[in-house]
Structures are given as structure tokens and as C-alpha cells.
Design a protein around this ligand. Structure first.
Ligand code: NDP
Ligand code: HSE
Length: 436
């Protein structure tokens, strides 16, 4: 049988990993796919640049449109990133009846609804396993392995760069900037790393996971986003002393009023498996009504781990080339005409526990004032840690862990506590999840 002809857009971290793994494992891959896979053309910005892979016999071009319109190409791998050009290229590829594999979570989170509609009309597949969790097959797990469940919630460490930075800060006492530079050198970070540290990349991924889990359209704009920029070394240390780790987490939870969709730093008890996922590793916890809690773990970024997911998609595409488009696994797990518009809750409607750090004058009655405000707002305290004052200082840090409460009640209580004459400055608030 003729080999499947692949056109590759992008030959950076993920693109070069994909070429290397496809060549190295060619025999195993064709035994799985049932066909040989041949990379015919590759588009890069600079085709003359020296690359870390064997490009013998492959046509190199600076014009990606040549590839997406080339009648010889069966499948296009979009690994250039960014939104506008990638969107146009994928639509062109679909219009030319090519199947597409992409690692581009930003594109899927923003334009997935339109792309899948176009793909369905054209009868082609758009596969995106590498868009979430790097090498972890979390999309396949949600779309197929857990298809019999009603998903209650999912929560994940879904940005390798942020997890790497937080781990380096905790274990090696590295500065934020130094840890970020290391992540960039290792090829984990996005071209614009503010997407990682600002939480946008994790929000792209959470948008995709929530859609697959709950059968809702992709709704990036409704996701609440906080990054890791404001995590101070002292919060990492206090959390550690209290038996918690701080992780950057994406959470999607079904409640009777709607769906919580939020990305933010989170304290997690250190006895939980997910609290011990360190470095570039990612992990996603999924709670289904039938299966209970399941955990998916693996490298969340990097050249070959991501290539592993890209190639798994490519093999899936090759295997299903002969199947009737109507009978393929739907792009977003649920049949496209049966997606539902369950409301997405705003962050003030979220329900979670909290870690609060405040600076208070070292004088009698301060704790009584604080606990009175909590009582008036129906907030139960889980534990309090009060530091000894440093000699010569008049104020002390107080750390409070609360039980679960609506965010709007917590914000009201924080406002009231900040107005107490014994409290100096702003209160640091980090959400806390026990993931029982
Ligand atoms: P890189 O920046 O390393 O590579 C991008 C590649 O695209 C480069 O080869 C570049 O060419 C090429 N390129 C960019 N624009 C164009 C264009 N207009 N025409 C032709 N070629 C172009 O990115 P990554 O490999 O890190 O990321 C690629 C995608 O994978 C992104 O969507 C990213 O979010 C996603 N991803 C990345 C992961 C990672 O660990 N890095 C993990 C999971 C997903 P040139 O080399 O000549 O500059
Ligand atoms: N920049 C992303 C991360 C790449 O660090 O997780 C993987 O999607």
C-alpha cells in the first residue's frame, strides 16, 4: 500500500522531536498504523537553518501554504504555534480535504468550535492530543476511556513550565527569573512565556479538558485565570510547614448551578499524589461517577514527549482513514449536535478553601477581631499559624487556613479584616483544595 504522505508545519522543539521519533520508530509505527508514514515536506520560517534531525529526501519550504494545498499530502501536522497564521493554515488544509494533527492549544481553545465544524463538514479529522498534558494521553482517556462516566470534576497540573518553576523555587531556592530561564532553555516554555506564568496556557488546556469532560462548547473567555507571578518564596515555605504544596492547577467542577472553570495557584495537602508531581511533569485527576478518582501522569512538555502525542494522533488518523466520517470518535467527545450550554460560574460563585497570609500588629485581641469577622461571614477556620515577631519588629505574619466557602463570602471577610486597625497592608489569598 502507498505510504501516508505527511506535510509538517514547523520544525522547532515539537516539530524536530516528531521527525526524530517518526524516523527512529518507523517500523513499530507502521506496524501499528498499518501503513508506512512518509514526511514529504516541511515548512519553517528559515529552511536553511541547521536542524537537529535527519531531513534527507524531505522537501523544505518557507511557504506553509504550499503544503496545505499540495494534492499529494494526506495529513498536515501543524506545529508552528500562534493563532492567526495557524488558523488560516488549518482551515486551508481542511478545505483541501486534509486531516490535521495539531499541538496548538491556544488555537483550539479560541477557535476549536469553528475548526471542528469545518472539519466535520469536510469529513476530515483534526486531532489535538499534544495540546494538553504534553505526552500524557489525557484527551484519549477523557474522550474514550472514561466515556461511560458522568464526569464530576477534573483538576490538573497542566503547565510544565510553571510546575518546573515552582519546584525549582521550593527545592533549590532558585529565583523565579532563574527558574524561568532554565525552563526556556529546556524548550518547555511558550514563545511568549507570559502565556505560561500568567496562566493563559493552562487556561487554554482547561478549556479543552472541560469541553471534553462535560460536553460543552469551548469557552476560553469564561475561564478564570491567575498565574504564578505573585507566589512568594515565603508562601511556599509556610505552605510546606503546614503540610501543603503550592501547585498551579486548572480545575473544572460540575455544580448544580453550573460549571466552575478556574486556573490559579492552589495549596494541596502534601499526602496527595498530585501534590508530589514535580518539575516538568503534569498530572490530571479525573473524578467520574462510575470509576471514581483516576490520575494521569507524565511529562507535560518537551520535544519527544510532545512528539509522542503528535504521533499517536497521526497513527489514529491513519487507522481511521478508511472509516466513515460519521462513525469516528467526535472531536469534543460528545456528538456535535448534542453539546449543551451549561452555564460557566463566575469566580465569586466558586466554592473552595483558602490560605490567607496577613501582617498584624503584635498586640492582644488581634486574633479575636479576625475570628469575629470570619464568624460573621460564616467562615470556619481550619488552622492558624502565628509567627514569633522578629526582634525590633512590631508586627507578625499570621497564616490562616479556612474550610470551604463561597469566594464572595471570603472576599467580603478579607475586605473587613483589611480595615481592622491591627492589620497592615493587603491580605495574600491562595485557594486550597483537598481533592478528596
Ligand atoms: P518552536 O518555537 O520551537 O517552533 C516553531 C516552529 O514553527 C519553528 O520551526 C519555526 O520556524 C516555525 N514557524 C513559525 N512560524 C512559521 C511560519 N509562519 N511559517 C513556517 N514556519 C513557521 O515551538 P514549539 O515546537 O515549542 O511549539 C509548537 C507548538 O506546539 C505550539 O503550538 C506550542 O504551544 C505547542 N506545544 C509545545 C510544547 C513544548 O514542549 N514546546 C508542548 C506541547 C505543545 P524556524 O525554526 O525557522 O524559526
Ligand atoms: N509551555 C507549555 C508548558 C508546553 O510548559 O506546559 C506544553 O504545552
Amino acid at each position: 500500500m502507498e505510504p501516508i504522505k505527511v506535510g509538517l508545519l514547523g520544525l522547532g522543539t515539537v516539530g524536530s522531536g516528531t521527525v526524530n521519533v517518526l524516523l527512529r520508530n518507523a517500523e513499530e509505527i507502521s506496524r501499528r498504523a498499518g501503513r508506512n508514514i512518509q514526511i514529504c515536506s516541511i515548512a519553517t520560517r528559515n529552511p536553511k537553518k541547521q536542524r537537529q534531525c535527519d531531513l534527507t529526501g524531505i522537501n523544505l519550504t518557507a511557504d506553509p501554504y504550499k503544503i496545505v494545498t499540495d494534492p499529494q499530502i494526506d495529513v498536515v501536522l501543524e506545529l508552528i504555534g500562534g493563532i492567526d497564521t495557524a488558523y488560516q493554515l488549518i482551515l486551508q488544509a481542511i478545505a483541501h480535504k486534509k486531516h490535521v494533527v495539531t499541538a496548538n492549544k491556544a488555537l483550539i481553545a479560541h477557535y476549536g468550535n469553528e475548526i471542528f465544524t469545518a472539519a466535520q463538514k469536510a469529513g476530515v479529522m483534526v486531532a489535538f492530543e499534544a495540546a494538553v498534558g504534553g505526552g500524557i494521553p489525557i484527551i484519549k482517556a477523557l474522550r474514550e476511556g472514561l466515556a461511560g462516566n458522568r464526569i464530576e470534576w477534573l483538576a490538573g497540573i497542566i503547565n510544565g513550565t510553571n510546575n518546573f518553576i515552582l519546584t525549582e523555587m521550593r527545592d533549590k531556592g532558585c529565583s523565579f527569573t532563574q527558574a524561568l530561564e532554565d525552563a526556556q532553555k529546556k524548550g518547555y516554555a511558550e514563545l511568549d512565556p507570559s502565556f505560561d506564568i500568567g496562566g493563559i496556557d493552562a487556561a487554554h488546556k482547561l478549556t479543552i479538558l472541560a469541553s471534553l469532560a462535560f460536553g460543552i462548547p469551548l469557552q476560553f473567555q469564561k475561564t478564570y485565570i491567575e498565574g504564578i507571578e505573585k507566589i512568594a518564596q515565603e508562601d511556599i515555605n509556610y505552605a510546606y510547614r503546614l503540610g501543603y504544596r503550592i501547585k498551579h492547577i486548572g480545575i473544572a467542577r460540575r455544580r448544580s448551578a453550573g460549571i466552575e472553570l478556574r486556573v490559579h495557584p492552589t495549596l494541596i495537602p502534601d499526602r496527595r499524589l498530585i501534590a508530589n508531581v514535580d518539575g516538568v511533569m503534569n498530572a490530571v485527576l479525573v473524578k467520574g461517577d462510575a470509576v471514581g478518582s483516576t490520575l494521569y501522569y507524565g511529562p507535560g512538555a518537551g520535544s519527544e514527549p510532545t512528539a509522542s502525542a503528535v504521533i499517536a494522533d497521526l497513527i489514529d488518523v491513519v487507522r481511521t482513514l478508511t472509516s466513515d466520517p460519521e462513525n469516528r470518535v467526535p472531536h469534543l467527545a460528545f456528538q456535535p449536535n448534542l453539546l449543551v450550554n451549561t452555564p460557566i460560574l463566575s469566580i465569586i460563585e466558586a466554592k473552595t478553601a483558602y490560605y490567607l497570609r496577613m501582617q498584624a500588629l503584635d498586640r492582644p485581641g488581634v486574633l479575636a477581631d479576625i475570628t469575629r469577622v470570619f464568624g460573621e461571614n460564616n467562615i470556619s477556620i481550619e488552622s492558624i499559624l502565628q509567627q514569633e515577631p522578629i526582634s525590633g519588629e512590631q508586627d507578625v505574619p499570621i497564616i490562616i487556613l479556612t474550610q470551604r466557602v463561597l469566594e464572595q463570602n471570603m472576599d467580603k471577610a478579607i475586605c473587613q479584616i483589611e480595615q481592622l486597625s491591627s492589620i497592615k497592608g493587603k491580605i495574600k489569598k491562595i485557594r486550597l483544595e483537598a481533592f478528596r
